[in-house]
Design a protein around this ligand. Sequence first.
Ligand SMILES: *Cc1c(COP(=O)(O)O)cnc(C)c1O
Length: 403
Amino acid sequence: MSETPMRVRAVVDLAALRANVRTLKARARGAQLMAVVKADAYGHGALPCARAAREAGAEWVGTALPQEALALRAAGDTGRLMCWLWTPGDPWREAVEADIDVSVSGLWALDEVTAAVRACGRPARVQLKIDTGLGRNGCQPGDWEQLVAAARAAEEAGLLRVTGIWSHFACADEPGHPSIRAQLAVFRDAVGYAERQGLRPEVRHIANSPATLTLPETHFDLVRTGVAMYGISPSPELGTPESLGLRPVMTLTASLASVKRVPGGHGVSYGHQYTTPGETTLALVPVGYADGIPRAASGTGPVLIGGKWRTVAGRVAMDQFVVDLGGDDAKPGDEAVLFGPGDHGEPTAEDWARATGTIAYEVVTRISARVPRVHVGDTASTGGTARTPRGDSGRDHDTGGTG
Ligand SMILES: *Cc1c(COP(=O)(O)O)cnc(C)c1O
């Protein structure tokens, strides 16, 4: 038996992740690929996912926070690595010393990085970010001249190399949205200007998962894929994972903690928002909002138990929720599948997103640290890798076209 407790587990299929990386690389046709593993790889485990993505050919790994990138280096990751969400006082020097590409959106950040370079004596790899219209991080086009001039001067002084120029889309998941074309035009202008000023970026990039999948004109030198790598569709409008050639990576299962017969008219969970319509069987699923199950799933979240879709009965509590089995039999220890690839009729992360009024990105990312991750399908797998209770999840999907 594995050491993972029976209560709940998120099985993470690294073979599926590798297959998704290969699919995305094929879509990117010659552009490099950055595997985005911020937020613990959208809840899938940053280190094993980064390693699997690199094995499948990802030239780059990306994180939001410098601390996330440094943790990868500390764990032995050595390829090209970039992080982009900096706050004054962050560990610039550690990042420079660890050969991490750091994103700079403004002069304050350039000042902090050059101070770090002077302290450690090693030039930095800097990627300049232009806000082409997302309205979040990034240099405003009106300030671009000044930022490019300062970066160029620092480059000539030997303090850094501008290795990239990049941006991020607002609406790439809405095909035909007019902002896409507008952002591309601003991006091309910003890159053209920087190059005329003498900058020679190794990579120019703007595409996230939806752009990688649907907008080839946005690929430039590099695409940054997050959600699609985890086998999740960036938006229902773009299709299902299957129609996009992707395989969902995470399967969330729990073991029933209690099963009991109750009479009709029995209130269920806090607030008694559900009352049994007749004599029935109630199953207790021992996961709740502390595990990242949205409380918004109260009365709506789908769960596969005994081969049938059921719905969360009443409120999701901190540690548990209840399912009305409608008189069907089950026993403590039986498996409840909250979401997975859908092969066995279980709901998907997209189904949970629809049921709870959010996006599938959030469904997987919010699964908390209380849920053990069980990584299967690792190429380096030895006796140490725990097996999934479902016999097929460790199957290697790299070569099979059918998943
Ligand atoms: C999260 C993120 C990505 C990846 O987005 P997906 O839609 O998950 O592919 C790419 N670039 C930046 C800057 C991000 O923050």
